[in-house]
Design a protein around this ligand. Structure first.
Ligand code: MLT
Length: 410
């Protein structure tokens, strides 16, 4: 008899987004005439940048010729992409990250989910609340938690409340923890961390010997020039942080998949007897064992994001989505709804009107306006009473959604 991993049985029924999709499917089966507008999952709707398409097609052509054919690539990514990343995402902002500290992957969801494997089962983990559910669920699967309580919080995890009072910035842990997940610009609240806030986190991690797992998947949406794009812009972060970046939202790669993780050579953990151990070789060991790399054409397409044409096209994409964010913000503000985010991030976090619970509001919007959003409670107990709208839709659909919501007379 094969004994399953019992920790999976602790997980709440479904991962948030498939659960939303299930409810929407059920509604549209019962109401086939309903024209549903989806502003739930943060999935992009605009085509890939032309520069990426050209580069990807050329790479496929290379694979069609005997003399330029390639099989397996390096598991950690081709040098051409790692070097372009080091140059354009870091050096250009005055941040010293070497290409050898960059590990290319097929997504930040995978990387933020897998990174916990290289740390001890006894590590104490802190997560903001609300939070991207992947950070929590993967630690549950790994057995670092007990059961969830009625609010969905797992025993053994340290939750850092992020509330309106704190501008949705997570509170610092009140007890010792080993690893803390941070995400800025934040999914789901759309809030950002100033240089001062990030500096306090780096100082806290340095003082406490903790490691920050910094998810920067939405950095391209920062418009305020004072907000850091990378934790490595903060002195001392090379000794206490890992950063995750993605082409998914920036360049429309949610379907094509490409991302990367930065593990500085100066980052160390400790073995059982307290001797320091470099983290980068552990992550490389994990990736080279379990992952065979992103396909060559997709890495060439990602590299094209850094060409002059690619940079312009990406800027246009970001502006398009942030134009949507403004439509949502302005529309909701006119309705008197309390809104957060949507300025340096593609998510708008709103207080549900009339004290509806997050899921009640979800049902109300779905059934009365045929608009899909994401219930804040799905991101954690502190998300209850909030709701997330994504700016990644098409503009005419976003306008229509706002108009429909305004007609509800909330
Ligand atoms: C979201 O909607 O939160 C994101 O699309 C999830 C993800 O990037 O996996």
């Amino acid at each position: 008899m094969a004994h399953i991993n019992d920790h999976y049985l602790k997980l709440k029924a479904g991962y948030l987004f498939p659960e939303i999709a299930r409810r929407v499917r059920e509604f549209s089966t019962a109401n086939p005439a309903a024209k549903i507008i989806r502003l739930g999952i943060g999935d992009v709707t605009r085509p890939l940048p032309a520069a990426c398409i050209t580069a990807g097609k050329a790479a496929f052509d290379e694979l069609g010729e005997g003399k330029s054919f390639r099989g397996y690539g390096p598991e950690q990514g081709y040098d051409f992409l790692r070097e372009a990343i080091a140059e354009h995402d870091f050096k250009s902002r005055g941040v010293a990250i070497d290409a050898s500290e960059i590990v290319v992957s097929d997504g930040s969801k995978c990387d933020t989910g897998n990174i916990q494997e290289i740390f001890g089962a006894d590590c104490l983990i802190a997560v903001p609340d609300p939070v991207y559910p992947v950070y929590v669920d993967t630690n549950v699967m790994a057995g670092r938690t007990g059961q969830a309580d009625v609010s969905g919080r797992y025993a053994g995890l340290v939750y850092l409340n992020s509330t309106a009072e704190s501008g949705f910035l997570p509170a610092f842990p009140k007890r010792r923890v080993d690893l803390v997940y941070l995400c800025f610009p934040n999914n789901p609240t759309g809030c950002v961390a100033s240089r001062a806030v990030l500096t306090s986190w780096v100082e806290w991690a340095t003082r406490n010997g903790a490691i920050i797992l910094f998810d920067a998947a939405y950095e391209a949406f920062i418009s305020d020039p004072t907000i850091p794009h990378s934790i490595f812009e903060i002195p001392g972060a090379r000794e206490c942080a890992i950063e995750f970046r993605s082409y998914s939202k920036t360049a429309g790669f949610t379907g094509t998949r490409c991302a990367y993780t930065v593990v500085p050579k100066t980052l160390r953990g400790f073995d059982a007897v307290g001797s320091p151990v470099d983290i980068l070789p552990l992550w490389l060991r994990r990736q080279t064992t379990k992952f065979n790399g992103v396909s060559y054409p997709i890495q060439r397409a990602a590299e094209a994001c850094y060409s002059e044409a690619g940079k312009t096209q990406i800027k246009d994409l970001v502006q398009y989505y942030m134009g949507n964010a403004k439509i949502i913000r302005d529309g909701l503000a006119k309705m008197g709804i309390e809104i957060h985010g949507g300025v340096n991030a593609p998510y708008i976090w709103l207080k549900t009107p009339g004290n509806l619970s997050s899921w009640e509001f979800f049902d109300h919007l779905l059934t009365k306006a045929n608009v899909v959003g994401t219930p804040g409670a799905g991101f954690g107990a502190c998300g209850e009473g909030y709701f997330r709208l994504s700016a990644f839709g098409e503009t005419d659909q976003v306008r229509e959604a706002v108009e429909r919501i305004s007609k509800l007379g909330l």
